[in-house]
Write a new protein. Structure first.
Length: 176
């Protein structure tokens, strides 16, 4: 992927830098809100017509209501501790849209080890748009999960805490 060079004009360059920073902030908010159960914040990461392609669903989740349903089926703290990590985002801004290719990995605790380990890794392919309120939101996220651990991550209850999750834990069937 060839990134777009910055514009020559200083005002345009400043806008270009601010746009890139706002886009990365949205992508970081996705992981923070998902991991800590902030439903409103998670939904706000997506345009109203946004699509989310999680590997556990045969078709992308389309629109806020389907994305909300997916969010509610995903695990969150304090019942399950995990960290979605976004690395090396390559941002290409063209007007009010952007393409971002980045890598991800997710850390989870496991009963079989003394600490957190990588549950899965892969690539995000994101298209973002600048919405009417000026915020950058995800229009489309494709999650290419390239590898995942077969052992399901441990839940809080598995570590002897009083935080229990329903028996409907799917381990390796998480969104990514």
């Amino acid at each position: 992927m060839v990134q777009t060079p910055p514009p020559p004009d200083i005002a345009q360059r400043l806008q270009w830098l601010e746009d890139q920073r706002a886009i990365v902030r949205t992508l970081h908010a996705y992981g923070h809100t998902l991991d800590y159960g902030d439903e409103a914040g998670f939904i706000d990461c997506f345009a109203s017509d946004g699509e989310l392609g999680w590997s556990m669903y045969p078709q992308p989740l389309k629109g806020h209501e389907q994305i909300r349903t997916g969010f509610r089926r995903h695990t969150h703290a304090p019942d399950a501790w995990h960290k979605h990590m976004l690395v090396q985002p390559q941002v290409t801004v063209q007007g009010d849209s952007a393409l971002v290719l980045s890598m991800f990995f997710r850390l989870d605790p496991y009963i079989s080890t003394a600490g957190p380990e990588i549950y899965a890794f892969g690539r995000y392919i994101d298209t973002l748009v600048r919405c009417a309120d000026g915020h950058w939101r995800i229009r489309s996220r494709i999650v290419e999960k390239e590898a995942a651990r077969a052992e399901g991550p441990a839940l809080a209850r598995d570590h002897g805490t009083d935080r229990a999750l329903s028996a409907h834990h799917k381990g390796a069937g998480h969104g990514h």
